[in-house]
Ligand binder design. Sequence first.
Ligand code: MTE
Length: 320
Amino acid sequence: MRQRHPDGITPSEITPEAVFHARRDVLRAAGFVGAAALLASARAGAEDIPTRYRRLPGLKKSPYSVKETPNSFEDITSYNNFYEFGLDKTDPAENAGRFRPKPWSVSIEGEAEVTGRFTLEDILKPHPLEERIYRFRCVEAWSMVIPWVGFPLGDLLKRFKPTSKAKYVAFETIVRPEEMPGQKGRTLDWPYIEGLTLAEAMNPLSLMVVGVYGVELPNQNGAPLRLIVPWKYGFKSIKSIVRIRFTDKQPRTTWSEAAPDEYGFYANVNPEVDHPRWSQATERRIGSAFLAPKQRTLPFNGYGAQVAALYKGLDLTRNY
Ligand code: MTE
C-alpha cells in the first residue's frame, strides 16, 4: 500500500501478483498443473491443508455465510498482507515461521467494568466456534472468499461490561521484532493499531477469528486471534491482537495516520469513492484466471442490508 510508483501502483502491489500468476501459467503450460489440480485449487481446497494445523472440532455453520465458492487454502495462506513480516504478498508465509502464537494473552482496558489480562483460553472458553464464509475485499482492489472460524466480537465485548462512556473500541497487534522481521524497520509505526465504533463492533457480522478452513489460523493470517469486519476494507481486520481498549474518543489507526488522504477511519467498502490512485468500482478475485473479467464491487462489500443503518446521516464520501 506504500512505496509509490509513478503510474500510481506500487511495485509491491503488482509484482507478487504477476509473479504468482506467471508461475501458475508456466506450470500450466508445462503440463504440471492438470485439469483436476486446477479444479481442486479453484474449489474448496480443504484436502490440501497440511496436517500440522490443528483441526477445530464441532463448528456450527452460520446463516451469515455467503454462497460463493471459497478460495483455496493455498490462496488464503500464501497471498497475504502482514507488514510485520514484510511488504510482499508472499513474505508473510515465508517469514512467519518463527512467530510463536502460544502462549497468548490479551489485555482488556479502558471504559469497562471488567478489565485486566486474559489468556487466550479465557477469551475463547464460553464461545462456541462457527464457520462463516465471508467475502473479503482488500483496499488494493482484489478480493477472496474465505471460510473463517470464529465467534461474534460483540459476544466477547459484552463480557467486559463497557460503560456508557465507551463509544469506540481500539485494537493493537503484538510487537515482537525478534519474531517479526518487518518490525525491525519503520515501514509502519508499530504496533499496528485499528479501531471501530462500539456499534460497529457489536454488529453481529464483526467476527473474532481463530481459524480458517476448520483449522487454527496460520501465523501469516494473524494467529492466534484477529478481527474480521467483512463490510470494510481488509486493513481494518487487524491481526495477532494483544490489546482491546474501550474509549470515548475515535482511536488512531495505522493506515489513516500513515496516509490520511488515502485511508480513513471508516473504510467501508464503497465502489463510488475511489482511492486517490485507483478505482474501487471493480475488483479482481484472487485465483480467477489472470485475464478473467473483474467483478463489480458492491457497496459495503455486499453486506449493506446488515450494516447500512449504522451510517444513517453520515456522509460516506467525506467519512471514507
Ligand atoms: N494486521 C497487522 N497487524 N498488520 C498488517 O500489515 N494488514 C491488513 C490486515 N491486518 C495487516 C493487518 C491488510 S492491508 C489486509 S488486506 C488484511 O490484514 C490481510 O489479511 P489476510 O492476509 O489474512 O488476507
